[in-house]
Design a binder for this molecule. Structure first.
Ligand code: HEC
Length: 102
């Protein structure tokens, strides 16, 4: 398992832009996709509706870039080949609802 290490390394890189990279995302579309594709697997591991994965004290994602990376990682686990705009929509939803990165 090399991927988690890579993500860890990437998420500690200094951010060159502070603008919210999900500003153009469609939160509603992201929420729908999240319900269809993402929620059940997180729920299996974390119980309830799975949202604890985003709010736990030791959550992995620390900044917007990290969120982008993690969405891409989970997407590749799913093997669904989401379009880049789907990932932006998912990011917009997760950031608006849980992470609130600027
Ligand atoms: C096959 C199971 C599975 C699916 C499907 C899945 N994930 Fe995940 N996801 C995980 C696991 C496991 C973790 C926790 C990794 C850890 O804690 O080391 C995780 C963690 C995350 C995190 C980081 C949470 C934190 O700690 O801050 C985000 C964000 C995330 N997933 C987004 C998504 C999105 C978006 C989708 C749908 C496109 C998705 N995941 C689909 C298994 C999955």
């Amino acid at each position: 398992m090399k991927a988690p290490l890579l993500i860890l390394a990437l998420s500690t890189l200094p951010l060159s832009v502070s603008a919210n990279p999900f500003a153009k995302g469609d939160v509603m579309a992201g929420e729908k996709l999240h319900k269809e594709l993402c929620q059940s697997c997180h729920a299996k591991r974390f119980g309830g509706d799975g949202s604890r994965i985003y709010t736990r004290a030791d959550r992995r994602v620390k900044n917007a870039e990290g969120l982008k990376q993690q969405i891409a990682t989970c997407n590749s686990m799913l093997g669904t080949q989401l379009f880049p705009e789907d990932e932006v929509n998912l990011g917009a939803y997760l950031n608006t609802r849980y992470y609130k990165f600027k």
